[in-house]
Design a protein around this ligand. Structure first.
Ligand code: BTN
Length: 264
């Protein structure tokens, strides 16, 4: 069953986000579509697709996005007035997904730096935020949100079966995707407005409460090399500080080219 726009509107309580709701049957990537809308003059909007043929994940990976299985959407918003807008929108989006899964399905998920949403060590959602700057200097953030909803175990491709999960696998129930979409957008607007009004400290604090990366032993795999260490702290600007066995601090940022970052 493809997505029903009326069902989304029934639960939507936003005043800005979601007024321009664009529902597509299939698209290469909702982030690409959102970028094109910004070029055409859109300054806010939400692009949602039932399936994506070239869904994009972080670090240049593919994001598997078949029909009926998940929420694949991109939220367009004007950049906040600081040069860390992309990191802040990632914090806001990830936190909003975590809160929405808790509100709708009573699911306690956790955040793995920089913006993976995990449950029982498996990934249930991911965020791909991108900045789009126009020639007139106006800047926007596209927050691409992917949440695995109605997958059964065998529906994942074999390489994802042991590392990914879905709402229906962990709860044993199917969920209307429209309800999850509305909940994410309602919470995202609340968090975005709070950040505009009071600054982003509150968002970062709430994000940190749900982030389980600090204190973990982690392995970071970059193009040809890798290193291991203990995650020591995360800074509001998105940097992760890792202490290695020689007691050196290694710093990585959300825009670094990383192949894999894993708990060990
Ligand atoms: C990641 O964890 O690697 C980020 C995944 C982001 C996937 C979403 S699905 C909707 C939007 N469109 C895309 O092509 N990617 C994001």
């Amino acid at each position: 069953m493809i997505l029903n726009e009326d069902y989304i509107h029934e639960d939507l309580k936003t005043s800005i986000i979601g007024k321009n709701l664009i529902l597509l049957d299939s698209v290469n990537s909702t982030n690409n579509y959102a970028r094109a809308l910004i070029q055409q003059g859109f300054s806010e909007g939400v692009v949602i697709a039932d399936s994506q043929t070239k869904g994009r994940g972080r670090f240049g990976k593919n994001w598997y996005s078949p029909p009926e299985m998940g929420v694949w959407m991109s939220v367009i918003l004007p950049s906040m007035k600081n040069d860390n807008s992309f990191v802040n929108m990632s914090y806001i989006s990830t936190l909003s997904v975590v809160e929405a899964l808790n509100d709708t399905a009573k699911l306690k998920t956790e955040i793995k730096w920089p913006n993976d949403v995990l449950i029982k060590q498996r990934k249930i959602a991911g965020i791909l935020s991108e900045v789009v700057k126009l020639n007139n200097e106006k800047s926007f953030v596209v927050s691409g949100i992917g949440v695995n909803i109605n997958y059964e175990y065998e529906k994942f491709p074999p390489e994802l079966r042991e590392i990914a999960t879905s709402l229906s696998i962990v709860t044993g129930s199917k969920f209307p995707r429209e309800m999850i979409i509305a909940s994410i957008l309602n919470i995202l607007e609340k968090n975005y407005s709070a950040a505009l009004e009071h600054g982003t400290d509150y968002i970062f604090t709430e994000w940190m409460k749900r982030c389980t990366t600090i204190g973990r032993r982690i392995r970071v795999v970059q193009s040809e090399k890798y290193f291991e260490g203990t995650a020591e702290s995360i800074k509001p600007d998105g940097r992760l500080l890792i202490r290695n066995s020689r007691n050196d601090i290694i710093e990585i940022t959300p825009s670094d080219i990383i192949k894999v970052i894993e708990y060990i």
